[in-house]
Write a protein that binds this ligand. Structure first.
Ligand SMILES: [Zn+2]
Length: 70
């Protein structure tokens, strides 16, 4: 699933912050500190980042199967 553009609960735009959050997490920053740095203060928005599972890389592997009709 792709990261949502807006928070499901409050509608605040959060999609533009995902790449920066992901790079902070990959560099070893704690999720709570990364969210504080990004200015994500509401718990509804914070859960969007913490609970997101990025499966896009796994789905891309099957892209060629759709095109061939297999
Ligand atoms: Zn929210």
């Amino acid at each position: 699933m792709m990261f949502p553009i807006r928070c499901f609960s409050c509608g605040s735009p959060i999609g533009d912050k995902w790449d920066e959050y992901k790079s902070m997490i990959d560099s070893g920053t704690e999720p709570s500190k990364a969210l504080d740095k990004l200015g994500i203060t509401r718990y509804c928005c914070r859960r969007m980042f913490i609970s997101h599972v990025d499966v896009m890389e796994d789905l891309v592997k099957f892209h060629s199967l759709y095109g061939t009709g297999v």
